[in-house]
Design a binder for this molecule. Structure first.
Ligand code: SF4
Length: 104
């Protein structure tokens, strides 16, 4: 989700051009089990730098999402730091599209 948000901006402002991709990369490293405590400190610092730096609220909202994820999934973050994974599925099934009846 953070990679999507980082990729879907005009990238005209500093936080969207540099900050959001860096935060998304750090989350990917964390999810892949390659993070260190230093990376997590850097990630929190980077998230804190995003607020109020863009011309619109896109980086602010993305930063809130990232910070919320670190808080809401704190136990999973710890598992990724210590064991490289949290044993949760990394992909989720996509439900099929709802059927619509065509009336003629
Ligand atoms: S901060 Fe807003 S206006 Fe600036 S590049 Fe990001 S999305 Fe575009």
């Amino acid at each position: 989700m953070l990679t999507y948000l980082a990729a879907n901006s005009a990238q005209q402002c500093g936080p969207c051009r540099f900050g959001l991709p860096a935060v998304a990369d750090d989350f990917t490293t964390l999810a892949d089990g390659r993070a260190t405590p230093e990376l997590l400190d850097r990630l929190r610092h980077r998230i804190g730098l995003l607020h109020g730096r863009g011309a619109c609220g896109h980086p602010d909202g993305t930063a809130r999402l990232a910070a919320s994820a670190l808080t809401a999934f704190e136990a999973d973050v710890d598992q990724h730091l210590t064991h490289g994974h949290c044993r949760r599925p990394t992909t989720l099934p996509v439900p099929p599209p709802a059927r619509t009846e065509h009336r003629t």
